[in-house]
Design a protein around this ligand. Structure first.
Ligand SMILES: C[S@@+](CC[C@H](N)C(=O)[O-])C[C@H]1O[C@@H](n2cnc3c(N)ncnc32)[C@H](O)[C@@H]1O
Length: 258
């Protein structure tokens, strides 16, 4: 049972977590962690949303993209039991992963929580290998992309992992809206003006709904959190490209976009 001990801290099965305080933007910068705490780079509402998602869907094979402090990986590991969460990050994250491994070894969770540093989310071959070696080849129940938040690497992960979800499985894309500020904002171009907005991936997924009937059964988009549900159409992961799942009229809509 998860219990909040103050606005940002919670305890789950005796383990202490620190969620992201409101207004925090840069990675981990403003949080002072106790030695026994794990940092989850998600707001209190996000944490509650994942707890509800795990309770509703009871996923057993979970792939997480983006580890950072290891708190979300451990949180998912606690919620996924008796399943497994495989998590990757481009960075080595030596201290964070050492702390996570110390914890999982001490608590009998080494088989449940499987973190891998120095894996890029754009490395499709490595993602496929991890699904084979760590998750029995799938199918996956849940993928959470809280990683680069950039279009190209996010597209690569989506193309490799979405086909491997079971029908009804969920693919979460976090923090997609960085290119878009509210109308009237004094930064109308949003962030990272030299990058393709991640929004493009959501548009491509939307176009795949009519373009490849049965591939995507549902797409739900909130301000910082999109959930794509897998339909039952069989597709080969190795050849899959969601950006090609639309006829010319759909592709033309995005052709001029950066
Ligand atoms: C927002 S943090 C992850 C936070 C974590 N999921 C949580 O909720 O506590 C994003 C992570 O993605 C990693 N990252 C960024 N680009 C990446 C890429 N191309 N491949 C793999 N990891 C990447 C960063 O190193 C960083 O640790």
């Amino acid at each position: 049972m998860l219990r909040w001990t103050d606005d940002n801290r919670f305890v789950l099965d005796g383990t202490a977590f620190h969620a992201m305080p409101p207004g925090m933007l840069s990675v981990g910068a403003d949080v002072e962690l106790r030695d026994d705490e794990f940092f989850v780079f998600k707001s209190r509402d996000d944490v509650e949303r994942y707890v509800a998602l795990f309770a509703e869907a009871a996923p057993r094979r979970v792939f997480e993209l983006g580890i950072y402090g290891g708190g979300s990986t451990l949180l998912f590991g606690k919620l996924v039991q008796p399943g497994r969460v495989v998590a990757i990050d481009r960075l080595a994250l030596r201290d964070n992963l050492a702390k996570l491994r110390r914890y999982t070894e001490a608590h009998g969770l080494s088989d449940v929580v499987r973190p891998f540093g120095e894996v890029d989310q754009a490395d499709r071959a490595r993602l496929a290998e991890l699904v084979e070696t760590e998750l029995g080849g799938g199918p996956l129940d849940l993928v959470v992309d809280d990683c680069s938040h950039l279009y190209e690497p996010s597209l690569a992960s989506f193309n490799e992992l979405f086909p491997r979800l079971r029908p009804g499985g969920a693919y979460v894309i976090e923090d997609w809206r960085w290119a878009h500020t509210p109308v009237g904002d004094d930064q109308p171009e949003g962030l990272l003006t030299d990058q393709v907005p991640l929004t493009r991936l959501l548009f491509e997924i939307a176009l795949a709904i009519p373009g490849r009937p049965g591939l995507v059964s549902d797409l739900s988009i909130e301000a910082d959190y999109a959930v794509v549900r897998r339909g039952d159409l069989d597709v080969e992961a190795a050849e899959f490209d969601v950006a090609a799942c639309s006829n010319p009229r759909g592709r033309a809509l995005l052709a001029e976009a950066p």
